[in-house]
Design a protein around this ligand. Structure first.
Ligand SMILES: [Ca+2]
Length: 500
């Protein structure tokens, strides 16, 4: 999991050159400005191929799909569906807590092999797709091999970077031909399963998904995430001439909390679709989202509680549509370019919306509030702040505190000489007789900016302090069970398993 300690330098809202330009632009010059804007935005949008590739040391024990026994080709022509699915299914836990660990029975001192919370065997791994184009013909899904009804959890599917690693659906693939019956290219979790809201710790990172041509029912990613997990640095595109495809990113079920960051979607009926079964709510945060060329809506929120920070939409349809009365959307820092008519935000029925720093151009209406709404439609193309519902702390005369929003931190380093392996400093994998804390501490104090844990179990019997020049710790899903270091002091995780 990417725990990082450094914030990426990204222009703040106040310094965004696009917003300033737009406010001053004449009608005739806006098209040109948007062309320039698109180039500018690409500079701090999802990672591009010019950036160094995401790589892992050989001894990190990451599952590389191009190596035995999986042998995915990544050559753009071989069908890699089976190879990638085999890698995912061999390394999917299906439950959350499940890294195998050892617990000492407090009465007998006996060591007990402890698996997941449900006692099922399983592991959680990082599955890595090196640079290449992986042609697929069916859904990539880490189905739990032990229980097909179980949601799959704790899979980190990571590529070498946007534009470097491409998962491409073959043209006119059977099963992807009907927009009314969406079918996923990448899926975490069960679309309509009984185990909704249990996609713990799922990650899709640093890759492009192309749904190809002639697949109007395709969904780039159906993401089930719960409590922790993210999509980040991902581009989802339809290379169909008509940009056919049902949704770039879809949440069908109750899911959250989760983070979607640095996502770019081109084409599809919906760039991002958030739907629910019978239950809404759940919290998804979006940050730095670029949507273009959608056919129905850039983002359609139908029943979730979402926060969208830094949305850039270039569309001939509404950038945002909402439906269902319990839908809640917070939209902060949005630049929405339209075709010259229609509504930038269309509420199909009254729901909750709070907007801060929005610039809409090329639409008749900025916000269409819908029949029965508490407030009339909005035509002002620039909004500093606007909301549908007055809260007790917020009246028409008072706005929010307008606190600045920092981007979530990020740090990448492709120079493997700058990575410190904790086992090179004394920690031992899958041996709980020792205390791995001194080795881990030595790695942190080594001066290397990245510290990593080859996949396995480590035992902590004394304190570890993150300090000095370390910028990122890539845990790669280890088990880190803390032992009792002095009477009455257990880590929270172990306490939750075995209170005494
Ligand atoms: Ca050890």
């Amino acid at each position: 999991m990417p725990y990082t300690t450094e914030a990426t330098v990204i222009p703040s809202v106040a310094r965004d050159p696009g917003r300033r330009l737009l406010r001053r632009a004449s009608l005739t010059s806006r098209r040109y400005i948007y062309a320039i804007l698109t180039l500018l935005l690409a500079g701090y949008g999802p990672a591009r191929a010019e950036r160094p590739p995401i790589v892992f040391p050989d001894d990190a024990n990451v599952i590389n799909v191009t190596r035995p026994p999986y042998n995915a080709r990544g050559d753009g022509s071989a069908d890699d569906t089976a190879a990638i699915n085999a890698a995912l299914r061999d390394h999917n836990l299906g439950t959350f807590e499940g890294n195998v660990t050892f617990v000492e029975d407090p009465e007998t001192g006996e060591r007990i092999r402890k698996n997941s919370a449900s006692g099922r065997p399983g592991e959680a791994w990082t599955v890595y797709l090196p640079e290449g184009t992986y042609r697929v013909s069916d859904t990539l899904i880490p189905r739990d091999p032990y229980d097909p009804a179980m949601s799959q959890s704790t899979v980190r599917l990571i590529g070498a970077g946007v534009g470097r690693t491409v998962i491409r659906l073959a043209d006119e693939t059977p099963g992807y031909g009907r927009p009314g019956r969406p079918k996923n290219v990448v899926q975490t979790g069960n679309a309509f399963g009984a185990k909704a809201n249990s996609g713990f710790g799922n990650y899709v990172q640093h890759l492009t998904i192309d749904v190809g041509r002639g697949n109007p029912g395709a969904v780039g990613i159906q993401f089930d995430v719960a409590n922790m997990g993210s999509i980040d640095h991902v581009r989802i595109v339809s290379s169909d001439p008509a940009r056919a495809g049902w949704a770039g990113l879809a949440f069908y079920n109750i899911a959250g909390a989760g983070l979607v960051k640095n996502l770019e979607v081109e084409g599809f009926d919906y760039g991002i679709f958030l739907g629910t079964g019978d239950v809404g709510v759940n919290n998804i945060a979006f940050e730095n989202i670029t949507l273009s060329g959608q056919r129905e809506a850039g983002l359609f929120n139908r029943g979730k509680n979402i926060q969208v920070h830094r949305l850039r939409s270039t569309n001939d349809v509404p950038a945002l549509r909402t439906a269902l009365p319990y839908t809640a959307t917070i939209l902060i820092d949005a630049v929405l370019q339209g075709p010259g008519e229609g509504s930038a935000v269309r509420m199909m029925e009254p729901s909750f919306l709070h907007v801060r720093d929005l610039a809409a151009r090329g639409y008749d209406k900025t916000i269409e509030t819908g029949d029965g709404a508490l407030k009339p439609d909005v035509t002002d193309p620039t909004l500093d702040e606007w909301w549908t519902h007055d809260a007790p702390y917020q009246t028409p005369e008072t706005a929010s505190l307008r606190l600045p929003i920092k981007m979530t931190p990020e740090y990448h380093n492709s120079d493997l000489d700058q990575w410190a392996n904790v086992t090179a400093f004394g920690a031992t994998v899958n041996d709980d007789r020792d205390d791995d804390a001194p080795g881990i501490q030595a790695a942190i104090d080594s001066g290397k900016p990245v510290v990593y844990f080859p996949k396995g179990d480590y035992t902590i019997r004394s304190d570890v302090v993150v300090r000095g020049g370390v910028r990122k710790i890539d845990f790669l899903f280890p088990a880190l069970p803390a032992r009792e270091v002095r009477s009455g002091r257990w880590c929270a995780w172990e306490t939750s398993m075995r209170r005494r």
